[in-house]
Design a protein around this ligand. Structure first.
Ligand code: F6R
Length: 263
């Protein structure tokens, strides 16, 4: 795992956006796995900025979102469909038919989940998967105890996740959808590269468990230790419980020095 620690949220978002831009410049039909939530918003803002100022072209890009709540319509103000439209899709030149988000109102969820997996394969697999992390170590909506080999399916959300999302839906956790369709941990692990993003002290324990703890279904993000190409991009606050901060910073500085000599 490569761990990149940046002084601020803005800088971590810029590092992640640059990785995506560099990949897109090399492969115009890039397949992106996307996350919602507060963490990736700065990355999407930076990508929109690159589209507007540099003409970064998304016309051949395909996207697959990690998850969507079950039982709310796509046009609900807090659906992940609305989130993606607001923060990214409406501001770049990506064709609507290239954007895939789980359809949680569809009848026949099991068949839908199979089709979602098949569509990812048909697109050639995910090149870069953007991930946030829950305080309980979830990725996508794969809550603690999720099978580390799981595929796209319906999951029941934990109390911790319901509480984190309650401010969007109303005053209490009773207002939050109880279930979501999510890519599985195994689906995420099939991506060629994963970018795990985290900002703020509230994520510090989850990041320490994911990066330096044992690999366990109790912390689904910890399985990324087994992924050959995961980059963890975090700010100082999210790094505050890590034991090897100095080493990660040294590794990153050395890499930057090597890259600058290649230029
Ligand atoms: C959202 C998702 C979740 C979030 C996680 C962190 O698509 O998959 O795993 O990434 O709950 O959410 P934020 O970024 O809001 O702290």
């Amino acid at each position: 795992m490569e761990v990149i620690i940046q002084p601020t949220y803005k800088k971590l978002a810029a590092v992640a956006a640059k990785i995506i831009r560099d990949a897109l410049l090399k492969k115009t039909n890039l397949v992106l796995g996307l996350a919602t939530g507060s963490t990736p918003i700065g990355v999407y803002e930076a990508l929109v900025g690159m589209h507007k100022t540099e003409g970064l072209d998304f016309s051949e890009v395909t996207t697959f979102n990690l998850d969507e709540y079950v039982g709310i319509p796509p046009n609900h103000p807090y659906s992940y469909h609305t989130f993606m439209e607001t923060h990214l899709f409406s501001a770049i030149n990506i064709p609507a038919e290239n954007c895939h988000i789980p359809q949680s109102t569809a009848v026949g969820h099991a068949e839908f989940c199979e089709r979602y997996e098949a569509a990812i394969l048909d697109a050639g697999g995910i090149d870069i998967q953007v991930l946030g992390i829950g305080k309980d170590g979830h990725i996508g909506f794969n809550e603690p105890s999720s099978s580390l080999g799981s595929r796209t399916r319906i999951k029941t959300l934990t109390r911790s996740t319901l509480e984190a999302n309650a401010p969007h839906f109303g005053s209490t956790i009773d207002d939050v959808p109880k279930m979501a369709i999510t890519m599985g941990v195994g689906t995420i692990m099939d991506a060629k590269q994963c970018l795990l993003l985290a900002s703020g002290e509230s994520k510090a324990v989850a990041i320490a468990n994911a990066v330096e703890g044992p690999i366990t279904a109790e912390v689904p993000a910890s399985v990324l230790q087994m992924h050959p190409q995961t980059v963890v991009i975090i700010d100082e606050a999210a790094a505050s419980e890590l034991k090897r901060v100095d080493y990660y910073k040294q590794v990153y500085a050395n890499k930057q020095e090597l890259l600058s000599k290649d230029d």
